[in-house]
Design a protein around this ligand. Structure first.
Ligand code: 5GP
Length: 189
């Protein structure tokens, strides 16, 4: 997606050979117009897939997921990373090792908001080793839901997550695929 690639080139910061910082439009400050355009892309890709719900992960998956959900006319459910007094039982849970925070979070989704009648579009901000996607797929499987595909804003194609998911037979659609962050430079596939 051209506008996303332009935003990454103009505003992204290469922190190391495997970490890209996009805090100014996706991970901290949010660019609503860009989110809307991304939501439209996901919606166009999945308009005939019979999606009933979008499943994402807090916090950074929520903005693009909500825009896609608005256009597809379906609710958006996000996996929560911390338990709260209002979310104690009746949960699907999965452990997710965080690439950026280097800790394992147990993500939870209420059984009220996911079931075997669902056809899901999973959305997340980044795809690196595929741990977040694996956790969301685990939750979807526990619910007996069908997964139509996985929509990713930025896939780092030089890390193994995307290849592994596609080899497992999942449809993965990434709006931008970064092939290298070497020498402080973003290169797209
Ligand atoms: P994975 O679970 O696929 O290894 O990593 C994806 C998750 O880690 C995403 O949910 C995202 O929050 C975070 N992440 C992975 N790589 C990057 C990166 O280069 N930049 C940022 N900002 N987040 C990343």
């Amino acid at each position: 997606m051209k506008a996303l690639e332009q935003a990454i080139l103009a505003k992204g910061k290469v922190l190391s050979e495997d970490v890209l910082k996009v805090d100014s439009f996706l991970n901290h400050q949010i660019d609503p117009a860009l989110m809307q355009a991304m939501g439209q892309e996901f919606a166009d890709l999945y308009k005939d897939a019979g999606i009933t719900r979008i499943l994402t992960l807090e916090a950074s998956g929520i903005a693009p997921a909500v825009m896609a959900g608005l256009i597809l006319g379906v609710p958006v459910v996000f996996g929560r990373k911390r338990k709260s007094v209002t979310l104690q039982d009746n949960l699907y849970t999965a452990d997710v090792y965080s690439f950026t925070k280097k800790v394992t979070n147990t993500i939870s989704v209420s059984k009220d908001f996911l079931d075997k009648e669902d056809t899901l579009l999973i959305i997340d901000d980044f795809l690196a080793n595929g741990e977040a996607a694996k956790g969301l797929l685990d939750v979807a499987n526990q619910a007996g839901a069908k997964v139509a595909g996985i929509g990713i804003v930025i896939e780092k194609g030089f890390q193994p997550g995307g290849k592994a998911l596609r080899e497992q037979g999942y449809r993965v659609d990434s709006l931008a695929i970064v092939s290298s962050l070497e020498n402080g430079t973003v290169t797209f596939a």
